[in-house]
Write a protein that binds this ligand. Structure first.
Ligand code: ATP
Ligand code: MG
Length: 259
């Protein structure tokens, strides 16, 4: 076992009917690192992280969290292990406020009137305000989410994951469809969270952003492992070669033909 590993996934296989979404994929997340996860559409990225988030159960394979073998068969188990996820299809409700969205599904309740608790709106608002201020996210906790820009929504959706003080945050395409400026704020936030000691998995189609923030990059190709590479020194061409052929640039057909 790798001592610095927070999460180790080994031999993860998952099929949907006849579609093999993942075929014996390994993935290790080390303490305090930002680990990029790239691959073409349908490569299996979301499936892999859903297995860690407890949304899907792998058909085969082992998951260890801080060295202990675990069965993450629902999202509550993932959260109890300190693993939070900001999913690809942002599950924010436009007609609710930022505070309401941050607490969606985990509303704070105070006192009891008969059988029913009363929502502690003041406490939730104060906590949301504090969370946004800590992260230097200049968004009004009372604003309706539908009035926010795409980038601001993404920041809110990431700040939601921080409520439970997680060890690990998984982000599925946090910069997709964002302007350059919006993406920059999200990347800065990811770096800031790492400095707080959180280990982060970032799925992205954007190779440039991934290279900029990640320490290591895992490439998936057609459900298969196409390498785990250090972001330092790797070229964009090598990443692209692995994404489209499953092999490093040095072994790809085009470089062999010129060799
Ligand atoms: N719930 C499901 N039922 C059936 N097939 C699925 C399901 N989820 C994923 N798949 C299939 O598994 C494969 C991997 O999908 P996945 O969503 O993990 O890809 P991805 O790498 O996240 O792609 P994208 O970049 O488009 O988000 C695809 O062929 C997809 O169609
Ligand atoms: Mg996906």
């Amino acid at each position: 076992m790798d001592d610095s590993a927070v999460v180790e996934m080994e031999g993860i296989t998952k099929s949907f009917g006849s579609v093999v979404a993942l075929q014996s994929v390994d993935f290790t997340l080390r303490d305090g690192e930002i680990h990029g996860l790239v691959g073409d559409n349908g490569a299996g990225k979301s499936t892999l992280i859903k297995c860690l988030a407890g949304v899907l159960t792998p058909d085969e394979g082992t998951i260890r969290v801080r060295g202990r073998t675990v069965t993450i068969d629902n999202p509550r188990v993932a959260k109890s292990l300190g693993i939070e996820t900001a999913f690809q299809d942002l599950a924010l409700a436009g007609n609710l406020t930022v505070t309401q969205n941050i607490f969606l599904g985990r509303e704070r309740v105070r006192g009891f009137r008969g059988l029913f608790g009363v929502l502690d709106k003041r406490q939730m608002r104060a906590r949301a305000e504090e969370l946004l201020a800590d992260l230097e996210i200049g968004v009004d906790p009372d604003a309706l989410v539908r009035d926010l820009s795409g980038g601001e929504r993404q920041l809110v959706s990431i700040s939601r994951t921080l409520l439970s003080d997680p060890d690990v945050i998984i982000m599925d395409e946090p910069t997709s469809a964002l302007s350059v400026e919006g993406a920059k704020r999200v990347l800065d936030l990811i770096e800031q969270l790492r400095q707080q000691g959180i280990s982060i998995i970032v799925i992205s189609h954007n190779i440039e952003y991934t290279q900029r923030i990640a320490d290591r990059i895992k490439v998936l190709y057609n459900g298969m492992d196409a390498g785990d590479i250090s972001a330092d020194g790797v070229t964009r061409d090598d990443i692209v070669a692995r994404m489209v052929s499953g092999r490093p640039e040095s072994e790809s057909a085009s470089s062999q033909s010129t060799a």
